[in-house]
Write a protein that binds this ligand. Structure first.
Ligand code: TXA
Ligand code: MG
Length: 351
């Protein structure tokens, strides 16, 4: 299959520029498109054969449900039953934006889309290209992150091209994803809202609107040994593991830098390739190996936005060992550490 790559300027959206992409979605094909979190791999959410194609293109297990993207708050009523009041309040504050709500599904949503569940994840994205595509396609768009299963989520069209060229019909390049981490998922089907996946809408932000919010205990575990089963099916998979061994160093930052420097030196002497995940502040304090800044500690959003790109770059450099600094795990840091710990297979050295 030939994958067509088109570029759309988010400041100049015309019906004409979306015609081909919308036709592909309507006829059951696959289009990767930008969202404010990560790039999504879209198909008609109401067409089960189209949804099945997503799993095939990504090499994704079919029990892992897809998030359905809508372009108007009202659309959630087409997809969900018994919508609680809290869903409307959260939508008012956080939509359009990086929040996915789990609700009871209506019969029109095929089980192929929900991975066999009676619930459906719904998100109204902030990215204007994403919303324009959904409304031009005149349906709802099921879209997981547009990476091959097991790779970091794509934050740029180049990442999508690398993973999915030849496997999907079209990629829309709309520039870099602003947030760089997948949406916060909140389950609204129980007594209290439960966060199933941390993201840029933090627990505090949700609590300011919803009152008490619980956190799926599986999110907080520091080692998989605790054996808790995450409620979002996708969170149970060993997500992305870099080619090299990734180890996180936690503790006083000056000591962390000193210890990482010694480790890298040792690995280089042994003839290995080694890399360091640093920040703008520490970049110059590392003396050897491939050193990359993930962002600035003064602005956590820059770290969220840079993480997946840096992990992909280390894979391309074929390093054997990657040493990473650690980040505070509150607020947005909770989402950053959740993804970093998974990538490291929970390998943490405390200093
Ligand atoms: O930011 C995002 O959410 C991106 C963009 C493209 O919107 N999408 C994304 O999709 O990250 P994906 O498929 O990579 O991750 C979706 C996660 C999975 O962990 C899945 O198990 C969970 O959402 N999920 C989807 N529907 C669910 C449901 N009904 N119940 C529980 N978890 C659900
Ligand atoms: Mg994903």
């Amino acid at each position: 299959m030939e994958t067509k790559l088109i570029k759309i300027n988010p400041d100049k959206l015309t019906k004409e520029s979306f015609k081909e992409a919308a036709d592909i979605i309507r006829s059951g094909g696959l289009v990767a498109f930008p969202t404010e979190t990560v790039y999504g791999l879209g198909a008609n959410a109401l067409d089960d054969t189209a949804a099945v194609k997503i799993y095939k293109a990504k090499g994704r297990p079919s029990d892992n449900p897809l998030i359905v993207h809508i372009s108007n708050v009202k659309d959630m009523e087409e997809l969900a039953l018994d919508i609680p009041d809290i869903a409307y309040r959260l939508a008012e504050v956080f939509w359009p934006g990086p929040l996915t709500m789990i609700l009871k599904k209506k019969a029109c949503v095929p089980y192929a889309t929900t991975g066999g569940l009676d619930t459906v994840g719904i998100r109204l994205p902030a990215n204007r290209i994403a919303r324009f595509l959904i409304s031009e396609a005149q349906t709802f768009i099921a879209a997981p992150s547009a990476n091959l299963s097991g790779k970091p989520s794509p934050t740029m069209a180049e990442h999508v091209y690398k993973d999915l060229n030849g496997r999907i019909d079209m990629i829309i390049d709309g520039g870099k994803a602003v947030y760089g981490l997948e949406s916060t998922i909140v389950d609204l089907t129980g007594e209290l809202p439960v966060i199933l996946r941390p993201g840029c809408i933090t627990d505090r932000m949700l609590e300011s609107v919803a009152g008490r919010v619980e956190l799926d205990p599986a999110i907080l575990q520091k080692t998989p040994m605790e054996g808790l089963r995450p409620k979002a099916p996708g969170m149970k998979y060993r997500h992305y593991a870099p080619e090299g061994k990734l180890i996180i160093y936690e503790g006083n930052i000056d000591r962390v830098i000193a210890v990482i420097n010694l480790e890298v030196e040792k690995k280089l002497e042994e003839g290995h390739r080694a890399g360091v995940i640093a920040t703008d502040e520490s970049l110059r304090l590392y003396s050897c190996g491939i050193v990359k800044s993930v962002g600035s500690r003064r602005d956590e959003t820059s770290i969220a936005a840079g993480l997946y790109k840096v992990l992909r770059e280390f894979d391309e450099a074929h390093v054997d060992y990657i040493y990473s600094e650690s980040f505070a795990d509150n607020s947005l840091g909770q989402a950053i550490m959740n993804r970093l710990l998974k990538a490291a297979g929970y390998s943490v050295v405390k200093i």
